[in-house]
Ligand binder design. Structure first.
Ligand SMILES: Nc1ncnc2c1ncn2[C@@H]1O[C@H](COP(=O)(O)OP(=O)(O)OP(=O)(O)O)[C@@H](O)[C@H]1O
Ligand SMILES: [Mg+2]
Length: 240
């Protein structure tokens, strides 16, 4: 048996310093994007808190209803805390671990209840869940972020509709070589759990479909263009 042994090349002090600076700059850029993404989703969660606070004020005479709104406010505040902890953990160089195992239907249902108060009055949600859905290797807060961003987009697309419908479905699909070609985030054949969010708004024009996942791409006057980028990052990382 022959073995080729290569002597490792030691970087010069200058090279080592340059690569440290590079790592530092990349980390700063990532922190910037992460901070914007966290601010974006905190803003969405605060909309949930405010929506439910308004409802609680309106139903101040009904303790049962107030209990429901308070529970939603608590849930949204917990999600906000998790987001902040993840951000602070990353900034401090350590990761904050949550269990990577979740039951998609319960998380989706919970999130839709939370979002209810932030939807336009004429918009209603239809939910369709397959009977048996296996657990997925995702943190609960990540699924919440995905649902929140997709449903918020659907709601915004329905703002001028007389009656809007957001149809949310959770199911299992088999992916193989033939079906995977238009799913670049998926590696390998097998069973995948999916979330589908459809709305009866005007749809996404063909000519912008290739841009919608790019960070900062938006067609809305007050949009930041981070929502779908966050969704794609979560799905992409979870499938690695
Ligand atoms: N359900 C939808 N209907 C029509 N267009 C959509 C829908 N979802 C996304 N888009 C298009 O994709 C673009 C990017 O969406 P994304 O969620 O990343 O950013 P945004 O919604 O514009 O801003 P932000 O999420 O920060 O509020 C939107 O500006 C819009 O043009
Ligand atoms: Mg959005």
């Amino acid at each position: 048996m022959q073995q080729a042994r290569l002597k490792p090349i030691k970087p010069t002090a200058q090279q080592a310093q340059a690569s440290q600076v590079q790592v530092h700059l990349e980390r700063q850029a990532l922190l910037g994007l992460m901070a914007s993404s966290v601010a974006h989703d905190l803003n969405n969660l605060l909309t949930v808190v405010l929506g439910n606070t308004n409802l609680a004020h309106r139903h101040i005479q009904s303790p049962e209803k107030i209990k429901v709104y308070l529970a939603r406010i608590e849930e949204a505040s917990k999600s906000a805390t998790t987001l902040c902890q993840q951000m602070l953990g990353f900034a401090g160089g350590h990761s904050v671990r949550q269990e990577k195992r979740a039951h998609m239907p319960s998380v989706v249902q919970g999130m839709l209840c939370l979002l209810q108060a932030s939807l336009h009055k004429h918009v209603h949600i239809k939910l369709d869940i397959e009977h048996v859905i296996p657990h997925v290797a995702l943190e609960v807060s990540q699924i919440q972020q995905v649902v929140m961003n997709l449903v918020m987009n659907a709601n915004q697309a329905l703002h001028d509709q007389a009656s809007g419908e957001i149809a949310v479905a959770v199911g299992v699909m088999n992916v193989n070589q033939t079906t995977a070609h238009h799913m670049p985030d998926i590696e390998g054949d097998g069973e995948y759990v999916y979330i589908e969010v459809k709305d009866n708004g005007c749809g996404i024009p063909d000519d912008i479909q290739h841009k919608i996942f790019s960070p900062l791409f938006t067609t809305k006057p007050s949009g930041s263009g981070l929502g779908l980028h966050i969704v794609l990052s979560i799905v992409y990382v979870s499938n690695k």
